[in-house]
Design a protein around this ligand. Sequence first.
Ligand SMILES: C[S@@+](CC[C@H](N)C(=O)[O-])C[C@H]1O[C@@H](n2cnc3c(N)ncnc32)[C@H](O)[C@@H]1O
Ligand SMILES: [Zn+2]
Length: 353
Amino acid sequence: MVATYPPRTTSPLGWATRLLACPSCRGALRERGGHLGCAGCAKMYAVEGGTPQLREAGDARTDVVRDFYTAAPFPGYPPKDSLGSLRARAGRSEFAKLLDRAIPGDACIVEVGCGTGQMSLFLATANRVVIGADLTRASLELGASAARRFGVERVLFVETDLRRSGLREGAFDVVYSSGVLHHTPDPRASFAALARLARPGGIVVLGLYNAWARIPHRVRRAIGRMTGLKYIPLDPVLRDRAAEPARREAWLRDQYMHPEEHRHTTREVQRWFRECGIEYLRTYPDSLFGGEPLEGDALFQPADDDWAFENWASQVGWMKTLAHEGGLWVTIGRRADSTPALSPSESIGRKLA
Ligand SMILES: C[S@@+](CC[C@H](N)C(=O)[O-])C[C@H]1O[C@@H](n2cnc3c(N)ncnc32)[C@H](O)[C@@H]1O
Ligand SMILES: [Zn+2]
């Protein structure tokens, strides 16, 4: 990876400003008297509690989603959380460990739809810099407050709508987004906006609800709805969070009461990738039957094979293995080096190399 950033500055906006852009005209932003000002259209954006407000007025459906998460930020922090316990939780996730190993120590990362920011904080180690971007200020405030409590300095949270974002296109070594696009009105168009954030050669990591893997959950949800959500069978996450009412409520709302939800397949995401100049690398879990467990930086390496039948059959199998946690799977791709929309000289990462 190529982005090398200067050492810490006293203000996080110091290093982060060059990773942001005016959501209105895409012009460069400059810090001016505690605000961010656009060099192109001269608009000024507030920075409240260290979190820039780079959100333009949205469409009605997106506003409903934002209200939904404002009422219950997702996923929330357990009481008495610490950086140690956050890292320990991530350490129990095979995927989080693989992601951490695959991302170089000097990478420039954006997490789009970071919610309350746990993954952003987890990834902000070594010399990495991380922008955690989300629509919902209430969630970002929890993330920013955890960053201050945990002493994590190389992360900046930004309030923005990914469809008209305040993020600099072509600037990021890794674009990570999980559990977000299926809650936007037009996930395919949302993906196109997300893919533009990666620098040429940059990695895109996309977690979505899988149409097959989510079938058991939808059955569970239908039963839940019949009983006014009084009886929900076999949800291990609800069971695990029985002693943490706020986090239990956040899961209940996110999984059973969401106003905007879509589901997708590997084939569909591969088509989005092609449309946006993203080379398909692999899925997690692996779509290959009997594949070896992934090691080292294998998450960002191409799978040994990409056969439509095997991809489909794996997704059917995920009804058994992924449904208990909502049926989320991850697709990973790499932006083509020669994507015509952006010349390499425009990439922040390359400028700083
Ligand atoms: C289910 S939460 C996922 C949070 C986090 N990625 C995780 O896996 O825990 C979905 C998040 O997407 C955010 N979101 C939804 N639509 C968005 C949009 N158009 N732009 C930016 N963020 C959005 C919501 O505010 C919410 O925090
Ligand atoms: Zn502007």
